[in-house]
Design a protein around this ligand. Sequence first.
Ligand SMILES: NC(=O)c1ccc[n+]([C@@H]2O[C@H](COP(=O)([O-])OP(=O)(O)OC[C@H]3O[C@@H](n4cnc5c(N)ncnc54)[C@H](O)[C@@H]3O)[C@@H](O)[C@H]2O)c1
Length: 369
Amino acid sequence: MRNIKVGIIGGGGIAGAHAKAYRKLPFVNIIAVADITPGRAEEFAEKYNLKETQAFTDYKELLKISELDAVSICTPNVSHHQISIDALRAGKQVLLEKPMSVTLAEAIDMVNVSKQTGGMLSIGFQPRYDPNMKLLKDIVSSGELGQIYYVETGGGRRRGMPGGTFINKKLAGAGAMADVGCYSLDLVLNTLNHPRPLTVSAFTTNHFGTNKRYHPEADKFEVEDFGVAMIRFENEMVLQFKISWAMHMDTLGPTMFLGTDGGLKVTPQGIGPWSGVWQGKVGSMQLFQDDNMGHLSRDVLLKDDDINLFDEKVRDFAEAVRDGRPAPIPGEEILIQQAIIDGVLRSSQERKEVSIELPHHISLPSKQG
Ligand SMILES: NC(=O)c1ccc[n+]([C@@H]2O[C@H](COP(=O)([O-])OP(=O)(O)OC[C@H]3O[C@@H](n4cnc5c(N)ncnc54)[C@H](O)[C@@H]3O)[C@@H](O)[C@H]2O)c1
């Protein structure tokens, strides 16, 4: 079994989690780190005890290392597109932090380049590795709920608005709908095997972010802090998707799957003002069905989820590189949620339902039914 050589681009907060996870894998060597902030790559190498690691300020120099197999891209959202494309063109396999991109056009471009180069573009959605997310997918895929016709997802924080680049439209693309909504969307789209969306009707606001009483950077707040959308899919199913970074309410409700033979209610783990949205693990799952005695509801026995989801995502990627497997979470799958978020923003701006156009040459994974 061969060893692989990886590089880390971006040496901030989340890059540390990548470094720690790679270091647990005996077949991986981290041979390079790049960070645009002078001195940060060196500090990073020192902090994570990466003795044989070269440090760069320009990631393009890192990409020139011929024996480098793969890179983790851990830079701010606005740079995901260009760095991924450069890495793929340099022949490196890519593990990219979420969200995939700022715009749909960028995401399409990235998938195209990964197809042209034959390189792997895997997006880092660690909740996929929660055994209870797999259990949820198994229940829905088993057909036990019948045909799914309605799904509701999202979540809300009573208060939990970030600042800085997250509220700058040019740098973040979207606000709450993308920042935390991406996890809710991945939860349902992956569970349903990536159905194709057709239209979106959405409404977004930023009453809290633009109010000095609630946000210290109110004068710089350019994105939505609340949004609700009705998304129609090709298989006679609709999704209601709602997200809030701040509100005068405790919850926007659980995630629900309504099927012709059963229903499933799922709540996320976590308590406190920054909880209430999907970011990690399942808190509870309840199944609703009828039998000849009447209506039944029962708690689904959850699996032991005492695992480090982050380590799992990095391990799966590294093993895929080593074994020549396809991307664990391919860009094509995540492109669907980028298309939905793009539709949400257009619909909200135009105040009407809009169509979602997915490129025809993008081959989606299998869909429900
Ligand atoms: N999966 C998760 O749970 C999770 C959690 C947090 C953040 N993220 C994502 O990870 C990414 C990074 O977030 P973070 O919290 O680590 O940010 P951060 O600000 O802590 O770190 C980003 C680093 O990238 C560097 N950088 C910026 N542009 C660069 C470039 N062109 N080349 C090289 N380095 C560059 C910065 O100097 C900084 O050190 C974001 O996309 C974020 O959404 C994911």
